[in-house]
Write a protein that binds this ligand. Structure first.
Ligand SMILES: *[C@@H]1O[C@H](CO)[C@@H](O)[C@H](O)[C@H]1NC(C)=O
Ligand SMILES: *[C@@H]1O[C@H](CO)[C@@H](O)[C@H](O)[C@H]1NC(C)=O
Ligand SMILES: CC(=O)N[C@H]1CO[C@H](CO)[C@@H](O)[C@@H]1O
Length: 150
């Protein structure tokens, strides 16, 4: 699966790819992260795979942030969908990634960029309903713009 996703990103067919990642991450979020009842077997099977490759979701999230922040990406809407799902799966992963991205930036910019990250999640809830997804997509566009302003 990992190689498939890398291949898929490299080929820049990322609309389909982003949507596949989003389905996977949303399934995981809904059925494992916030599940109230015991997860169905399919979810347990998925969870087992994810545990076997613990870097999978974090690496994909990192790649998506790098595309949004540092490349001319034509389709932010598609990328924003899996990003929210992946962020919600693990706040720890998101906060580690934030720290990593900030550390890669010039020291005199880090404070400003940290504020951008805080604003990105302002008023974004821990849910994957469409209103919340739209809010995140909207915020991501502003975030990208603010982050790239020199
Ligand atoms: C698992 O997640 C999907 C959405 O990603 C949802 O449609 C499905 O109902 C969930 N299954 C259970 C048992 O919650
Ligand atoms: C987030 O949750 C609050 C409280 O439930 C709600 O008032 C608000 O509209 C939600 N925001 C979005 C973007 O869905
Ligand atoms: C980066 C950004 O613009 N974030 C915004 C997200 O939405 C909330 C509420 O509308 C704003 O307060 C944030 O500034």
């Amino acid at each position: 699966m990992w190689f498939y996703i890398h291949f898929c990103m490299a080929k820049f067919t990322f609309i389909q790819c982003a949507s596949a990642v989003d389905n996977l991450a949303a399934f995981y979020f809904n059925n494992i992260t916030i599940a109230e009842s015991p997860p169905p077997q399919a979810a347990l099977n998925l969870a087992r795979h994810i545990v076997e490759c613990p870097n999978l979701f974090p690496e994909i999230l990192k790649t998506l942030f790098e595309i949004v922040l540092f490349e001319d990406c034509g389709n932010q809407w598609s990328l924003s969908r899996p990003m929210l799902s992946l962020i919600l799966i693990s706040e720890q992963v998101f906060s580690d990634l934030k720290a990593q991205i900030l550390a890669s930036q010039p020291v005199d910019q880090q404070q400003r960029l940290a504020v951008c990250f805080d604003k990105l999640m302002a008023d974004v809830n821990r849910s994957l309903d469409s209103r919340n997804r739209d809010k995140f997509t909207q915020n991501l566009t502003i975030f990208r713009h603010d982050f790239r302003v020199k």
